[in-house]
Design a protein around this ligand. Structure first.
Ligand code: URA
Length: 210
């Protein structure tokens, strides 16, 4: 597994406002959307393309276009949904699947309550979206599902990662073709499984749940 923490002043600036508890839901959603687009730029560095010949108003030349099969973007419900637009803005031809996962707040175990995506992901590049890589349980379960369906290149786009979550991912997904792209690697998890300093419950912050 590879970890790529995106080091860029615009990323740090937007993340700082997301962390601030005074930021309201509307601003949080807009900034998360913008931040994902910046992360998407890095996350798609190895997106597969093929060469095409085109004619400009001046001459012929060769360029590239995104290749088939189309990349698949999979937001993990609920909070990953707030990252979808920011991602497909840069990948407009992507197909979108959905994974509904919930974490038991006591055991911190992730379970799947909804799946909507192609059965066969052989040869597909997949971008899975989940804002918080905390204990790692949700992402490990989601990535196992994707690899089980044949995906051969999975990139997880997250806003924040914890060292504990990264360690679990490295252990549980050793030898699998997985990259994690994050805006920051935070200090630790607290006893409730929240990332510290973090930004709180990403779904609640996005959707105004109290
Ligand atoms: N999920 C969140 O939304 N926030 C955390 O800090 C950890 C898990």
């Amino acid at each position: 597994m590879r970890l790529h923490v995106v080091d860029h002043p615009l990323v740090a600036h937007k993340l700082t406002t997301l962390r601030d508890q005074r930021t309201d839901s509307a601003t949080f959603r807009r900034l998360a959307d913008e931040l994902v687009t910046l992360l998407a730029y890095e996350a798609t560095r190895d997106v597969r393309t093929e060469q095409v010949d085109i004619v400009t108003p001046v001459s012929t030349t060769t360029g590239v276009k995104l290749t088939h099969p189309r990349p698949l973007v999979v937001p993990i419900l609920r909070a990953g949904l707030g990252m979808l637009e920011g991602m497909v803005r840069l990948l407009p031809t992507a197909e979108v699947g959905f994974l509904g996962m919930i974490r038991d707040e006591e055991t911190l175990q992730a379970s799947t309550y909804a799946t909507r995506m192609p059965e066969d992901l052989s040869g597909r590049q997949v971008y899975v979206l989940d804002p918080m890589l905390a204990t790692g349980g949700t992402l490990v379960a989601a990535i196992r599902e994707l690899i089980g369906r044949g995906a051969d290149d999975v990139t997880a786009v997250v806003l924040l990662a914890s060292p504990e979550g990264i360690q679990i991912m490295e252990r549980e997904l050793a030898g699998t073709p997985v990259t994690v792209v994050s805006a920051a690697l935070d200090e630790r998890l607290n006893e409730q499984g929240y990332i510290v300093p973090g930004l709180g419950d990403a779904g609640d912050r996005m959707y105004g749940t109290v």
